[in-house]
Design a protein around this ligand. Sequence first.
Ligand code: OAD
Length: 237
Amino acid sequence: MIRVCPQTRLLVLTGAGISAESNLKTFRDSGGLWENQRVEDVATPQAFESDPELVWRFYKDRWLQAQAASPNPGHLALAKLEDWLGNNFSLITQNVDGLHSAAGNTRVIEMHGALRTCLCTRCETRFYLEEVDLDPALPRCPKCQGELRPDIVWFGELPYRMQEIDDLLQNCDVFLVVGTSGVVYPAAGFVMTARYLGAKTIAVNLQPTKGPSFFDEFHQGRAGEILPRLVDSWMAG
Ligand code: OAD
């Protein structure tokens, strides 16, 4: 078993699976978010151009669901890990629900954006959703009246903080991947980079990976059950 000690530089990548036990839908499991919604209708810049009201309805709804959700034992285990490892810990998430911060993690990179914020398409100011009037079907910027857009990285857009992510991938000893199907790039390629550069790689997922695996260690099951056990075993030395 791969060991983690206080000197280990640990990098974590999470996906929708870690929030499944907080009752938030994943994207590609049955009953998932994309099942009753075409990705192209809600998660591309073109969709926002052609029907911004539909896109806003989708993300307002997801924001309400995220606000009603609480971190589960999987999130809490990662917060405990950050307390233990300090600056040697970093977390990249593809999730936009804010549950890692709610659990207490501070060293978090939200590479696909966040539901709690939005962005003016004209003056580019970022606002918390609480700061804007969400009643209109198409919310407007409180500063310049430009159209606001959800602060979400859509298909065809560049994920946030890629330079920092690249540095972290180059400088980690262990790369832990939790609850992601590994089909959306660039995140899907991080494990190959980390492994190629010498990191040990671990995956936690409900399902085994399809195709060739780049993981040295695989734990099959629910993140909320596996992560607390894994973290406790590392901390016990
Ligand atoms: P997916 O829905 O593609 O994958 C969820 C993964 O979590 C699957 O591999 C499941 O087997 C696993 N899973 C489900 N429940 C779990 C549990 N309780 N414990 C552990 N694993 C579990 O979600 P992502 O991989 O996050 O991007 O999707 C990646 C990106 O695709 C998202 O960030 C989103 C979407 O398009 C954008 O919106 C930009």
